[in-house]
Design a protein around this ligand. Structure first.
Ligand SMILES: N[C@@H](CCC(=O)NCCCC(=O)O)C(=O)O
Length: 272
């Protein structure tokens, strides 16, 4: 029997489009919109076309989402402004990005209302929790009983983004389903590059993984499986880091890409 042909990548005109909201940073004296290349590359690895979006007004959100088949929220050195969960800034030396907050926080409920696939990484993971009414620890390492989840400041980037700790995947959840054969004894090993973390999980989110100190490391939306083409996932770690070399990252990105493709096929007729 002849081997079955390898699956063909769809032509670019049929590839799903994934919005990647940019961060805002000064480069010299000038403000720039920036998106880390590793996130853009991860969208490509998922089989989708990345579309980095600088910012938007509330009136523009629906028009932007009309273009999209998925959203990837990136990590960032900046923190979500704590006023969005009723607190004042704990450490004024840490960066904020109010321009990003101002449009991604209202964007997130709209993405979910459209049942659009959403992959939220690190800051993005924290952002979704806040957008849905949850709160954050502003300094996880200062909370009694919690570990320090920050990367060592003086280490090389390979060490900073290298394997850090194990997380226990929730039995019977989305992650367990996506990571068939990859979670050894229910655990995977992840990197860890964050000072903040989920304090109160927003209503409607369900824990998908925890660190050994109990910190929430992944969530999905309750009852999301069918409505969201099977993919609403937030992770506190960085699957985009050297994603092509990491079987867990590949599996997550392929599942995200497949969900975006399903969304596209369902919502966009062939000639659009
Ligand atoms: N600032 C928040 C979020 C941490 C985060 O997203 N880190 C990523 C750093 C840059 C990158 O790799 O894109 C926190 O400290 O918790």
């Amino acid at each position: 029997m002849s081997p079955s042909p390898a699956p063909q990548a769809p032509p670019a005109s049929r590839q799903p489009i994934v919005l990647v909201p940019a961060c805002n940073r000064m480069i010299g004296a000038h403000p720039f919109h920036v998106a880390g290349q590793k996130y853009v590359d991860a969208v490509r690895l998922a089989g989708a076309l990345p579309l980095v979006v600088p910012s938007a007004t509330p009136e523009q959100l629906d028009a932007l989402l009309d273009l999209a088949d998925g959203v990837l929220l990136t990590g960032s050195p900046s923190n979500v402004h704590p006023s969005h969960f009723g607190e004042t800034v704990h450490d004024p030396s840490l960066p904020l990005d109010p321009v990003r907050d101002d449009w991604t926080l209202p964007l997130i409920p709209k993405v979910l209302a459209r049942h659009m696939p959403l992959f939220a990484i690190c800051r993005g993971f924290q952002e979704v929790n806040v957008a849905l009414g949850g709160s954050l620890h502003q300094a996880v390492q200062e909370v009694p009983g919690q570990h320090d989840h920050r990367a060592p400041a003086d280490a090389s980037v390979d060490v900073q983004y290298g394997p850090s700790h194990r997380v226990r995947v929730t039995a019977g959840g989305l992650l367990e389903r996506l990571l068939v054969d990859l979670a050894e004894g229910g655990d995977i090993t992840v990197n860890s590059v964050h000072g903040q973390g989920v304090k109160r999980l927003a209503d409607g989110l369900r824990v998908e993984a925890r660190a050994p100190d109990g910190l929430i490391e992944a969530y999905t939306l309750e009852d999301s499986a069918d409505a969201h083409a099977g993919f609403v996932l937030g992770v506190q770690w960085h699957p985009e880091w050297r994603a092509a070399d990491n079987p867990v990252s590949i599996q997550l990105l392929q599942a995200f890409g497949a969900a975006c493709q399903d969304y596209r096929d369902l919502h966009r007729p062939p000639n659009r």
